[in-house]
Write a protein that binds this ligand. Structure first.
Ligand SMILES: *[C@@H]1O[C@H](CO)[C@@H](O)[C@H](O)[C@H]1NC(C)=O
Ligand SMILES: *[C@@H]1O[C@H](CO)[C@@H](O)[C@H](O)[C@H]1NC(C)=O
Ligand SMILES: *[C@@H]1O[C@H](CO)[C@@H](O)[C@H](O)[C@H]1NC(C)=O
Ligand SMILES: *[C@@H]1O[C@H](CO)[C@@H](O)[C@H](O)[C@H]1NC(C)=O
Ligand SMILES: [Zn+2]
Length: 443
């Protein structure tokens, strides 16, 4: 028997802490595979597709049931490095992964979070772009785009106008991924500014563009989400101004108010994937020196964790028929918060609605049938790790599977201008005076 090794084995910690260096594709893969092996009961590593140059687009899932969705457990995601030259988010997500798995069973908050949430983490959506940038550089470099020179954050279908660009493999992979999961909340990590930016990034007069902004019917929730992140990050909260750049009060902005863009990922998530997404800009310098990475981790750690918890805002449940069969493809929305592609129950009949405390009328509609209105009150002090649970029973029998999947269909170009203007878009603007500087910056 090898006592020396046994003894060493007992002495050595299970984890060798992740260093604060940049991790290129190979090292990142090795790290993710190690994590998936060492923490196999709470993690699941998979690739959702390949980049133009054939690199895997890795996603590590952390949760009690990492391999598949479970009823009642909401799915959350973080995506970083879609601009290959914006590198801070990529490293932060690796550190976040390490933090989550090593604190599971130790820190009650993290334990509860992992127990109640399925957390999907994609450290790099543009691995080719990252590899194309040779060394740290604070300003734009051509690694921003993918290998075909497409900006992936301009490459999604747009909610307000035709986006005629050729869909890239990285974008296709993400679009397919969004279809296979029921994501509820998400953030997309960037650099080049320090701010939390919330939808929309593009718009029409019905969403408020004449007032230099573009707001969703869920604006209260989005502002809350953006503040949740910004208020826990010392630099962002102060509205720290990067050199020659715009000042953001409290570190928060509406995307369109900052500058409009076509084909962004956050609008796509909200409009087509029923997933609330915000854009987090984490560093003035897009690709800072490695020695700055511990600083960024310290600045963002609390925000990254608190933001995940927000997936438990509001209300969730299942819709059943009279025989207790769950009903998929039933429209479940708050009365004054109609989405252009109606938010529907998933294949388990589940819905998740992110809402702040208050009283709401939930409108439940089986396409082609009468709507049912249900009043719900979300208490001021909702549970931290679970939305208010409310199952809905419809006066409906034996019609399981008879609900058409795409009815009413969601148009490829949803015409938001055809919606009755929603209340959020008519609130007075705080951002009006900021318009002039808009086009100077990239997000
Ligand atoms: C996984 O476990 C091995 C063996 O104990 C250890 O050497 C390695 O550092 C661990 N890696 C991670 C990322 O936890
Ligand atoms: C995890 O959640 C389940 C049900 O939601 C609960 O019964 C269990 O006690 C939780 N475990 C931990 C360790 O929190
Ligand atoms: C957009 O694409 C269509 C074909 O898909 C083409 O006919 C049209 O000219 C394109 N428009 C622009 C502005 O590029
Ligand atoms: C409920 O939603 C359906 C489907 O979106 C819609 O047709 C109906 O007008 C809504 N009812 C109310 C009272 O808002
Ligand atoms: Zn970016």
């Amino acid at each position: 028997m090898d006592f020396a090794r046994l003894w060493l084995g007992l002495m050595l910690p299970l984890v060798v802490a992740l260093d604060f260096n940049y991790h290129h594709q190979e090292e990142m893969e090795a790290f993710l595979k190690d994590i998936a092996k060492n923490y196999s009961s709470i993690t699941h590593l998979h690739s959702i597709g390949k980049s133009v140059e054939g690199r895997n687009l890795w996603v590590l899932v952390v949760g009690w049931f990492p391999k598949e969705h479970r009823i009642g457990i909401p799915d959350f995601k973080y995506v970083a490095n879609m601009h290959g030259d914006e590198t801070v988010g990529r490293e932060l997500l690796l550190h976040l992964i390490e933090y989550l798995v090593t604190n599971e069973g130790k820190d009650p908050d993290i334990t509860n979070l992992i127990n109640s949430t399925r957390i999907h983490i994609m450290p790099s959506m543009n691995p080719d772009g990252f590899e194309a940038v040779r060394k740290p550089n604070c300003f734009y470099s051509n690694g921003r785009e993918n290998h075909n020179q497409y900006d992936l954050n301009r490459n999604f279908p747009d909610g307000f106008e035709f986006n005629n660009v050729t869909r890239q493999p990285e974008t296709e992979a993400v679009m397919k991924w969004l279809k296979t999961e029921t994501f509820v909340l998400s953030a997309n990590l960037h650099g080049g500014a320090v701010v939390s930016s919330y939808p929309f990034d593009n718009g029409v007069p019905a969403t408020g563009t004449l007032l230099a902004r573009s707001l969703t019917p869920d604006d209260d929730v989005f502002q809350y989400l953006a503040h949740t992140y910004a208020s826990r990050n010392p630099s962002m909260r102060k509205g720290e101004q990067c050199k020659n750049k715009m000042k953001f009060p409290n570190g928060v902005t509406n995307g369109y108010s900052w500058y409009p863009l076509v084909g962004g990922m956050q609008d796509y998530n909200y409009i087509w994937a029923q997933c609330f997404e915000i854009t987090l800009e984490l560093s003035c310098c897009k690709y800072p020196q490695e020695k700055k990475l511990p600083f960024f981790w310290n600045e963002n750690k609390a925000s990254l964790i608190e933001y995940i918890k927000q997936v438990h805002l509001g209300i969730k449940g299942q819709v059943f028929d009279q025989n207790r069969n769950p009903l998929p493809n039933v429209i479940v929305e708050v009365q004054d918060r109609k989405h252009i592609c109606p938010y529907k129950t998933n294949k388990f009949g589940e819905y998740y609605l992110l809402l702040l405390p208050g009283t709401y009328m939930i409108n439940v509609t089986v396409p082609g049938h009468h709507s049912q209105l249900t009043k719900v009150t979300i208490p001021e002090k909702s549970q931290k790790f679970g939305a208010l649970k409310k199952d809905i029973l419809l006066p409906f029998q034996g019609q399981l599977n008879s609900i058409p999947v795409s009815n009413p269909s969601c148009p490829m170009i949803p015409l938001y201008r055809n919606l009755p203007s929603h209340s959020a878009a008519t609130k007075p603007s705080l951002f009006l005076f900021l318009v002039t500087l808009l086009h100077m910056f990239f997000k």
